[in-house]
Ligand binder design. Structure first.
Ligand code: SF4
Length: 456
């Protein structure tokens, strides 16, 4: 069986379930090991193989394989069940953050509008015992805004002796892991240092939200609902901000498909509910997306910001031109016949490899590339767009694309909530705390964490 994105000849992806790295998550959880059976145990039978995950397993150590396989519905129900026991010292506040690209999947599966699907999902999770459900779009706002600022900095500091461009996006954990574990230098210095939405959400929940609720980070069990398995690997990332006090940004990642299985197997009566906000004092507005048909929209938002900041040009609609295939497209800003900015979107492993090869040869003609490991973008993540035979479910994908495209776009700059959070949480958008909370450094194979030395 070929892995999802990787086409490397030396890829050693294994398919047998007797391999510990491919172990099914049907293995008993610690609670079940000790004979503990909660009322939810029947719902927790979803079986996932590590072979469903992106990362060719040459990138995944045996220990990581075990840790990924432990992020499953059983672990989630273990915490829910502990919360029902008398020993309050073991109780956790359960917070679930939902990726924007998961919502079209729930809308399609539940035959609801995206707003109603989000309310149904939220109501279901709360009926299980989840305390808070958040929309992760707020974390994507931060990731995009920090990427915008970094691109402009890199553009000004770029020189032949010290190339800062192209800037490659870092929101996709499948791509970042491949860059760190396999490519290393000279690719990792081009990765944008802005944290991915999942990492930002971890800091928001375990730092900002925890402090507002007078909780320590380890009193919160933070679950992410995501379209892919790669996010489970991302949850193991060791670059944890000091404010989290050793607690992981995400304790468990469940795919959209795992959640829908729970919903299908549940006979709980569900009352729809609106999502929560991190400030805890109001409910979220209507569902909004960023400017992209299948991702968080880093390309379009960074492009508009750069055009304005660097050339005082207002860009309305971002127009893509297809290059080699529909997953490799470019966007240019031109004036008097001169190309001022050249951005590209490269999705899927083949296009990603093409970008890497050209960059190594110094022949990549772009200032910025939005790199995503999944062909078709995040809606195609294997945790939600896979048919039973293991192939992409094209009909479902088309349905999700239509649903996602119909969600109104909101530019991150226009979110008053995000501006308030910058002030209240970090002391301002230019405060030194922004660097620790919202940026990261990258490792190369066998190398310590490093990134381009950008002047702040
Ligand atoms: S492109 Fe695929 S692997 Fe990357 S974050 Fe999106 S769904 Fe996950």
């Amino acid at each position: 069986m070929k892995c999802e994105h990787c086409t490397r000849k030396e890829c050693s992806k294994k398919t047998k379930t007797d391999d510990p790295e491919n172990a099914s998550v049907g293995a008993p959880s610690p609670a079940q090991d000790s004979g503990e059976k909660g009322e939810f145990h029947k719902l927790a039978d979803a079986k996932i193989l590590l072979s469903d995950c992106l990362a060719c397993d040459s990138c995944v150590t045996a220990e990581e394989g075990v840790q990924v396989s432990q992020q499953n519905a059983r672990d989630f129900f273990r915490v829910l069940n502990l919360n029902k026991k008398c020993d309050t010292s073991k109780h956790k506040v359960l917070a679930v953050s939902v990726c924007p690209q998961s919502l079209p999947y729930f809308a399609a599966k539940l035959s609801l509008s995206v707003t109603d699907a989000s309310r149904r999902l939220c109501g279901f999770l709360k009926s299980l015992g989840v305390h808070y459900v958040f929309d992760m779009a707020v974390a994507a706002d931060f990731s995009i805004l920090e990427s915008q600022k970094e691109f402009v900095r890199r553009y000004h500091q770029h020189s032949e002796e010290e190339p800062m461009l192209p800037m490659l996006t870092s929101a996709c954990p499948g791509w970042v892991r491949y860059a760190e574990r396999v490519l290393g230098h000279p690719i990792t210095p081009h990765l944008c240092t802005a944290k991915s939405p999942q990492q930002v959400m971890g800091s928001l929940v375990k730092d900002y939200f925890a402090r507002r609720q007078n909780l320590s980070p380890d009193q919160i069990f933070h679950v992410i609902v995501a379209p892919c398995y790669d996010r489970k690997l991302e949850a193991l990332r060791e670059d944890v901000p000091t404010a989290l006090n050793g607690s992981r940004a995400a304790d468990c990642v469940l795919t959209s498909g795992e959640i829908i299985q729970m919903m299908e197997q549940s006979d709980l009566s569900v009352k729809d509910a609106a999502m929560d906000t991190l400030s805890g004092d109001r409910k979220e507005e209507e569902v909004r997306r960023h400017d992209s048909t299948s991702s968080d929209g880093h390309l379009a938002h960074v492009f508009r910001h750069a055009a304005k900041e660097l050339f005082n040009e207002d860009v309305g609609e971002v127009t893509y031109r297809t290059l080699r295939n529909k997953d490799f497209r470019e966007v240019t800003l031109e004036k008097s016949g001169e190309v001022l900015l050249r951005f590209a979107a490269a999705y899927g492993f083949r296009n990603l490899q093409n970008v890497v090869l050209k960059l190594k040869k110094g022949r990549l003609p772009f200032h910025f590339v939005e790199v995503l490991a999944c062909a078709g973008g995040c809606l195609s993540g294997r945790g939600q767009a896979q048919a039973e035979d293991g192939r992409a479910d094209r009909a479902l994908l088309r349905q999700m694309e239509g649903i996602y495209a119909a969600i109104p776009v909101r530019a991150p700059e226009t979110s008053a909530h995000v501006q308030e959070l910058y002030q209240e949480w970090l002391g301002g958008a230019d405060s030194p705390r922004v660097r620790e909370a919202l940026h990261t450094a990258y490792q190369g194979p066998g190398q310590p964490a490093s990134s381009r030395d950008i002047k702040w």
